[in-house]
Design a binder for this molecule. Structure first.
Ligand SMILES: [Zn+2]
Length: 308
């Protein structure tokens, strides 16, 4: 099997990685946090299988993300060529024979079509969720006040976020009590999703909505040369905004969002002073992503007390 046929094998394995990996004894489940099949743990690993490429990431492994073939390399400590040889029989390839170019082409076409279909499907789902998000904010929300139970627990002000004015059950049966805090997820000026935070701190996103690239600014205006703090959770961001009234604070919702938002903000505010707020979580993920984001945006990061 030449290098050329390694890429042919990857094309043929596209869309089959869940079976292939499990067939090789590398235990992976669908798109949820789980133990890493390479380095263990409890929930550090996720198999997100983007575009059927068998993609995954792990907070511990090095490298910490890759495609299906890379996972086989990691799991068995082998090079891509050897990994491809292991995968070949599971996708019906005979390594002794050269790979049929027609067959590779058919697989590539099929994979491209599946990718297009899943993108279209996702787009539809996102549009529906955005409509639902908008109507929830219009029909079931009021401006949150400092009396909101979650805000009381955290001891922070609402900074323009919303709360439910009655209990709400969504079409997918997600249900939320009255007084649940509602943070709009903005992509540009569009609300693409909502984050619901219950009084006990339980956080849930509206199903199907676009979170990637989403943010909630805790101020109405961000000047070109402002000092801009970007953090994960709303309460942390609110605490920082209260401590430093001159600061501009943006909530990026989760660790993965930090990098994305940092880059976006840097693009629109080339002269701003960007400071990432690192969550002090036990896994170290908060600091890891804050550091990556600081590098990506040519800024720095701090780990404030409130981020514990
Ligand atoms: Zn791992």
């Amino acid at each position: 099997m030449s290098n050329n046929s390694v890429s042919a094998l990857v094309a043929i394995a596209n869309g089959h990685w869940l079976n292939v990996l499990n067939g090789l004894g590398i235990s992976v489940n669908g798109n949820k946090h789980q133990a890493c099949p390479v380095c263990g743990g409890k929930d550090r690993f996720r198999f997100d299988d983007k575009d059927g490429r068998g993609t995954w990431f792990c907070n511990q492994c090095e490298p910490n993300s890759g495609d299906g073939l890379a996972l086989v390399c990691n799991a068995f400590g082998v090079k891509p060529y050897q990994a491809a040889c292991m995968v070949a029989p599971l996708v019906g390839l005979d390594m002794g024979n050269p790979i049929d170019a027609e067959r590779v082409k058919r697989h590539q076409q099929r994979a491209a079509q599946q990718q297009l279909q899943s993108q279209q499907q996702q787009q539809k789902t996102r549009e529906k969720a955005a409509q639902l998000a908008y109507s929830i904010t219009r029909q079931y929300c009021i401006k949150a006040t400092a009396d909101n139970e979650y805000l009381q627990v955290k001891g922070v002000m609402p900074f323009g976020c919303l709360e439910l004015n009655r209990p709400v059950t969504l079409p997918n049966r997600q249900s939320f009590k009255s007084d649940t805090l509602v943070i709009p997820v903005f992509n540009g000026s569009l609300i693409t999703s909502l984050q619901f935070i219950s009084a006990d701190g339980q956080k849930t996103f509206l199903a199907g909505g676009q979170i990637k690239g989403g943010m909630f600014p805790l101020c109405s205006q961000i000047e070109a040369t402002a000092t801009i703090y970007i953090g994960e959770g709303f309460a942390t961001c609110a605490a920082v905004a209260e401590d430093m009234p001159q600061a501009r604070v943006i909530c990026a919702f989760n660790a993965g969002g930090l990098v994305e938002i940092a880059k976006l903000v840097r693009r629109s505010r080339p002269q701003a002073n960007i400071i990432m707020l690192a969550d002090n979580d036990r896994s170290g993920a908060g600091e890891h992503y804050a550091k990556l984001a600081a590098i990506a945006a040519n800024g720095c990061y701090i780990m404030p007390e409130v981020c514990a």
